[in-house]
Design a protein around this ligand. Structure first.
Ligand SMILES: Nc1nc2c(ncn2[C@@H]2O[C@H](COP(=O)(O)OP(=O)(O)OP(=O)(O)O)[C@@H](O)[C@H]2O)c(=O)[nH]1
Ligand SMILES: [Mg+2]
Length: 320
């Protein structure tokens, strides 16, 4: 087993931190470590928390961590911030708010920004969840702003995805359009101290009637006021119910298998693209496209046929 994988499995927190940096920096040992850790996966419950900017995701995560710690559960947190050019910005505020957890060995927080992840934010986030799982946290929370395809993709690794909405924000239509409705297992109306809660409930129920009619799991709606610690027990209760549903219906296993199979193709895709890009990024096609000598499609075609024939030659050489 890779020495770093061994440290992670043996709950060495600095090893964990380094392992995640390996993922972000696309270290050559990355796949070996992930391979080693796969046999040591522990099956943490992964909860995705998504929602519009300012919905109160971080406040909620922060309070929820306290709630889980009181139940003696250990928690890993991945805070994803694709909008920030570096893992700073809004997350800096989160860090300050999370400061009280820093001295607690049962909690580990990692922020991810676009800049720090050569393998792509969604990939690195998912791999980070894998590594945290092998380390052995009971619960892993993934916080991400629900805006685009990349966030939807990240959320696929969660066992339970919670979508955070606010009363009076007009969020529901956005959520519906963005396809977030389909991945939601649980709706959290945070800032339930503000007016408009029952209107929002009606809107969500209406959307659920339209979308979720084919699944036996109808996402429940929970109200929270995170700044007053209200509703956290209800959130946890619904997460546990969902976990039970995943187990009993077999949906959890189907979901896990789907994700594993998809990861195979993602890794292949990523490694192939990396190789092709490294080989051709400085080709003569750049000048040709700039001068208009050839169109982009011809250029792409040329690269592809050159690539394919180099692969064929490679195999012939090996076989011959
Ligand atoms: N009234 C009220 N305000 C809240 C509640 N929860 C959070 N807030 C406030 O909402 C603001 C945004 O909270 P955050 O937790 O930073 O929201 P976020 O969703 O993490 O924001 P981004 O990470 O920037 O997307 C803060 O000023 C919070 O104090 C709540 O239950 N009620
Ligand atoms: Mg936040």
């Amino acid at each position: 087993m890779h020495a770093l994988a061994e440290r992670i499995v043996n709950k060495d927190l600095r090893g964990l931190a380094r392992g995640i940096s390996y993922l972000e920096n696309d270290h050559p040992d990355k796949l070996t470590i992930l391979q080693d850790l796969h046999t040591h996966r522990k099956g943490a419950h992964v909860i995705g928390i998504t929602g519009s900017p300012g919905a109160g995701k971080s406040s909620l995560v922060n309070r929820f961590v306290q709630f889980l710690r009181a139940k003696e559960m250990t928690v890993g947190i991945v805070a994803v911030d694709p909008t920030s050019p570096f893992s700073g910005g809004a997350l800096l505020g989160d860090r300050v708010r999370m400061a009280e957890h820093f001295t607690d060995p049962g909690v580990y927080i990692r922020s991810m920004g676009t800049r720090g992840s050569l393998g792509g934010l969604a990939r690195t986030t998912k791999e980070t969840v894998r590594v945290m799982d092998a380390y052995g946290f009971d619960v892993i929370l993934v916080e991400t702003v629900g805006v685009g395809q990349s966030e939807l993709d990240i959320m696929k690794i969660a066992d339970t995805t919670a979508v955070v909405l606010n009363p009076g924000s007009g969020d529901v239509v956005q959520v519906f359009k963005a396809g977030i409705m389909e991945i939601a297992d649980l709706f959290i109306i945070n800032k339930a101290d503000l007016p408009g809660v029952s209107k929002l409930m009606t809107e969500i129920e209406g959307m659920l009637d339209l979308v979720k009619h084919d699944s036996p799991w109808r996402p429940p709606i929970v109200q929270t006021i995170s700044i007053e610690n209200k509703g956290l027990a209800e959130v946890w209760e619904q997460v546990e119910k969902h976990e039970e549903y995943l187990q009993e219906s077999g949906e959890g296993e189907r979901k896990r298998n789907r994700i594993l199979q998809q990861e195979v193709l993602e890794v292949v895709h990523y490694e192939l693209v990396k190789e092709v890009e490294e080989k051709y990024q400085h080709g003569k096609w750049r000048d040709q496209v700039r001068s208009g000598e050839i169109d982009p499609y011809t250029a792409a075609g040329n690269i592809l046929s050159e690539w394919k024939s180099s692969v064929r030659n490679d195999t012939n050489t090996r076989e011959g």
